[in-house]
Design a protein around this ligand. Structure first.
Ligand SMILES: [Cu+2]
Length: 228
């Protein structure tokens, strides 16, 4: 099948209109920077872990505690000294609360949120409630997102559209598979955006590739139909 490369690039650019947000995890003490952000559905959040910190999502009502829907970066030890960043898809615009599960970091204010209300259940209310928690809980292993190096992130987020071809994803897949226990199981709550081509970047590499190709193919057909 011959697809005009320029056409393909245009298609990728059309699909990749979501935003990428970066959060530093413990770079300057017990905090997420920025502490809050307001991502849209389909956006991507990249957590850059600094030594010994991690990030776990939970509910507002139970600060410092994970639940069945939580995502977790895994321990800092598995990030190749911070080189690999934890990438999570934003699948809704409901508030999402998170904390660092190391020692008493959560109780001491290392909490953050997406789309936190400005009154009522605020980030400050969450942080205050966290102070009274006995012990933070930590999921067993990474879930809900994936660890990627900068190069892989660039190709996933479309900042380098030409890199979204299969070669890039195949090399990602090899790395992920080789790491064994780090290979994340596909999170059910990430599936909502999986049909969205490049939005599917928390998925397993193979599926990701398939999803991108399917999505791009659809757009290419659409564009081709328009021109031909
Ligand atoms: Cu921490």
């Amino acid at each position: 099948m011959h697809i005009n490369r320029a056409l393909l690039a245009a298609a990728v650019a059309t699909v990749a209109n979501s935003e990428v947000h970066t959060v530093d995890v413990g770079e300057g003490g017990l905090k997420f920077e920025p502490q809050t952000l307001n991502p849209k559905k389909g956006d991507t959040v990249i957590f850059h872990l600094y030594p010994r910190h991690n990030v776990v999502s939970g509910s507002f009502d139970k600060p410092c505690e994970f639940n069945d829907d939580s995502w977790f970066s895994g321990p800092f030890d598995q990030t190749d000294n911070g080189k690999k960043k934890y990438v999570v898809n934003v699948t809704s615009e409901e508030p999402v609360w998170y904390y660092c599960a190391v020692q008493r970091h959560c109780q001491n204010g290392m909490v953050g949120a997406w789309n936190a209300p400005s009154s009522g259940n605020t980030i400050n209310a969450y942080a205050n409630a966290a102070q009274n928690v006995g012990q933070a809980s930590t999921p067993q292993s990474i879930k809900g997102g994936e660890l990627f190096e900068d190069e892989q992130i660039a190709s996933l987020t479309g900042s380098s559209p030409s890199a979204t071809q299969s070669e890039g994803f195949n090399s990602t897949g090899a790395t992920t598979t080789a790491s064994g226990s780090q290979a994340p199981s596909r999170s059910s709550n990430a599936s909502a955006t999986e049909s969205g081509a490049l939005a599917s970047n928390t998925g397993a590499a193979d599926s990701l590739h398939a999803g991108s190709v399917t999505g791009i193919f659809g757009v290419v057909i659409g564009i081709a139909a328009w021109f031909l």
